[in-house]
Write a protein that binds this ligand. Structure first.
Ligand code: DGL
Length: 349
């Protein structure tokens, strides 16, 4: 009996020592379908953000062999309800974790609807040499073949992999690893929900292994280009969608509201009709920064192509989608209203 006791004591001690050497990961939970609960396993209806992070961690017990995990509940929402306030809470907490060396990496669990926006925002305001990996799921935790546990496990593997350091914020989803600047949601319901139309995934995670095949040049340029605190008041930037025969009401309404910036989700190479052209002139004259982006899911908006930006007083989003151009312009406006400088941010970071 004595021998058994001393063996068990030794074993517990050895496990303790081994656990001490494992990488430390803090999971910041915001809600989403990964934390969703539905009435039945075989129907789509569910409520996002119902299951607390400790239960999500409990669903992947084997992760304790690879990392020391702690969870913090930042919010419990469907990400269609994501707010700038929660973005700032996440950014402040991630920077605090980095400054205090509280963890080796951070994973953020998040709904998929706006995950690309949160990923990009955090990529611009947190240090790129501490891995931050976002993930979520397309099926609620209560569904048949829920994809959340595997996505969470894989996201932790990506976060602790030494090759991830320096890659900035990433999205890990359905075995693909995506750069925050390039990633977008491409399917409304499929588990293969994300992609990067302009560049493809930067890596893969499968069978417990992470492999990278690409790296982002823009990531190398943007080592935390913008700094925000809990008190930073972010400028207001809104998006207006262009479509055949669109009237100028939305642009004029935003000018009347004195917004700081407007992103036009233009057609093709960021084009819009004459009605928009006149409204954009009114917006620029009123001191609003207007950025031409495109509703087209790939490619870039080119300066001085069909539209004379110099004459019109507009800047272009380069290859950022409208929803990411809004984030770049919001953060850029915390530093300057100079159009040349703002345009340079779009071409650099
Ligand atoms: N409810 C939406 C959200 O939270 C979509 C579901 C999901 O998380 O995938 O983003």
């Amino acid at each position: 009996m004595k021998k058994l006791l001393s063996f068990l004591t030794l074993l517990a001690f050895a496990i303790q020592i081994q656990a001490k050497d494992l990488p430390r990961v803090i999971i910041l939970a915001t809600g989403g379908t990964i934390a969703g609960a539905g009435a039945s396993a075989d129907r789509a209806g569910y409520t996002a953000g119902k299951i607390p992070i400790d239960d999500l961690i409990g669903a992947i017990p084997s992760v304790k062999k690879v990392a020391n995990i702690t969870g913090e509940q930042i919010s419990s929402i469907g990400s269609q309800d994501m707010t700038i306030d929660i973005w700032q809470k996440l950014a402040v907490r991630i920077n605090q974790i980095y400054a205090n060396k509280e963890a080796d990496a951070v994973v953020v669990t998040h709904g998929t609807d706006t995950q690309e926006e949160t990923a990009y925002f955090l990529d611009l305001v947190t240090p790129s040499d501490m891995p931050v990996v976002l993930t979520g799921s397309m099926r609620p935790a209560t569904a048949i073949s829920a994809d959340g546990p595997k996505n969470l496990y894989d996201a932790i593997l990506v976060a602790i992999d030494p090759k991830t350091k320096g890659k900035g914020v990433l999205v890990s989803f359905n075995e693909g690893v995506y750069d925050a600047r390039e990633v977008m949601k491409l399917s409304t319901t499929k588990v293969e929900a994300f992609g990067s139309p302009n560049s493809g995934p930067v890596g893969q995670v499968y069978d417990g292994k992470v492999e990278y095949y690409m790296s982002s040049i823009r990531e190398e340029n943007s080592k935390m280009p913008f700094k925000i605190t809990a008190d930073t008041k972010l400028p207001r930037v809104d998006i207006v969608y262009m479509y055949a025969d669109a009237p100028s009401d939305m642009i004029d309404m935003l000018v009347a509201k004195k917004v700081d910036g407007i992103v036009i989700a233009g057609v093709g190479n960021g084009n819009f009709n004459k009605t928009y052209m006149d409204a954009v002139k009114r917006a620029v004259a009123a001191g609003v920064i207007v950025c031409r982006a495109s509703r087209t899911p790939s490619g870039r908006v080119v300066l001085e192509d069909e539209i004379n930006d110099d004459e019109l007083g507009t800047i272009v989003s380069d290859d950022l989608t409208p929803q990411k151009a809004r984030i770049m312009l919001m953060l850029g406006l915390t530093r300057t209203k100079d159009k040349k400088q703002l345009q340079n941010y779009f071409f650099t970071f």
